[in-house]
Design a binder for this molecule. Structure first.
Ligand code: EPU
Length: 317
């Protein structure tokens, strides 16, 4: 989920005028919509619209869109499956780019390697590997994200991380230049990879290892069982906070008795205290107020500064 906000944003021209110009520069296969409700594109199901929303149909169109943003000083943001993002109620002033087109979401096999588009879903990556008897990607099954989002966040579950499996990445810089980068050149940390602040992931090569299909299938089933037992279903963005050392955020929040705490139509899960769930009618402001309430209570009572894992974009209404 790369993003770019110009250091000194110019006052925006009305986007409607800009859009005809952009449309003329993009191929007909690229989806472009104005004032697209981002609540439709995030798992929290809240938040306002993006001024311009595009799904580029090619690297060429993506490059054109980035150049357009540069020329008009428009902030841009790359959205994956929206499973780790909270959009404020006023929406995003600029362009939201989603690599959902099949040009960016394919999965190809080369020996033990899976070559995956940034828009491919992690569940599909895991399932493709399982069917072929390739091990190591089982943990991706339950993460409701895309390959691009997983790279940006170094997403992890069940003791494994995305960058454990990455061999190389193809990416685009904000000036439209593409290049291949080896794993060793990218610094990835717990739930963070700054490289993708400045680069848009286009494709990743995951290096898996041959395994027994029955064992791989059983591992996936066990992970699903564990997830069902410990994590809530429903509208959320997964864990809200990163785990501080040495106590996990879920336990900290639980110990403060905050399970079930509610603001408006957002509430803390009673199954896992590091999850905030939204009900129909919830606003991003409800969620943000609840995040603040938790953060302040944890700081005041335990002296620990919780760091958000979920990214917040856009502006208040
Ligand atoms: N715990 C509580 N109360 C709660 C929740 C958890 O006491 O309400 C305790 C658990 O009993 C356990 C400890 O806290 O002893 C850790 O909980 P859990 O095993 O559920 O894992 P977690 O650290 O909360 C992490 C990732 C999850 C990932 C799971 C499974 C983070 C912030 N979260 O959760 O990732 O799915 O491990 O591997 O690292 C995400 O990042 O969005 C996410 C869901």
């Amino acid at each position: 989920m790369s993003s770019c906000t110009p250091a000194t944003p110019l006052p925006l021209k009305p986007v409607d005028g800009l859009v005809a110009e952009l449309r003329g520069r993009l191929s007909g296969a690229t989806v472009m919509r104005l004032r697209e409700p981002l609540a439709l594109h995030t798992t929290f199901r809240v938040g306002g619209p993006a001024d311009i929303y595009i799904e580029p149909a090619s690297e060429n169109d993506l490059c054109t869109a980035l150049r357009f943003c540069y020329e008009h000083q428009l902030p841009w943001f790359v959205l994956g499956c929206g499973s780790n993002v909270l959009v404020r109620d006023g929406g995003f002033r600029g362009m939201v780019i989603c690599l959902a087109n099949r040009a960016f979401s394919g999965i190809a096999i080369k020996g033990n390697r899976l070559v995956c588009g940034a828009g491919a879903r992690l569940k599909a990556v895991s399932e493709t590997a399982r069917r072929l008897g390739l091990a190591g990607l089982e943990f991706m099954d339950g993460i409701p994200g895309s390959v691009g989002g997983a790279l940006r966040m170094n997403a992890g579950a069940m003791g494994s991380w995305t960058f454990d499996m990455v061999e190389s990445v193809r990416c685009m810089a904000p000036d439209g230049q593409t290049r291949e980068v080896n794993r060793a050149e990218i610094q990835a940390e717990y739930r963070a990879c700054e490289f993708f602040d400045q680069h848009i992931a286009l494709m990743a090569v995951f290096n898996a290892r041959p395994g027994d299909i029955a064992q791989i299938t059983e591992r996936i089933r066990a992970y699903r069982r564990r997830r069902r037992q410990t994590q809530p279903a429903g509208q959320s963005a997964g864990c809200i906070f990163k785990n501080p050392h040495p106590v996990p955020a879920g336990r900290l929040i639980d110990e403060l008795g905050l399970k079930g705490a509610r603001i408006g139509r957002a509430y803390v899960s009673s199954k896992h205290a590091n999850f905030i769930l939204t009900e129909p009618g919830a606003t991003a402001s409800d969620v943000i107020a609840l995040i603040e309430l938790i953060r302040k209570r944890v700081k005041a009572e335990r002296g620990i500064e919780l760091e958000r894992e979920v990214r917040i974009i856009g502006q208040d209404s």
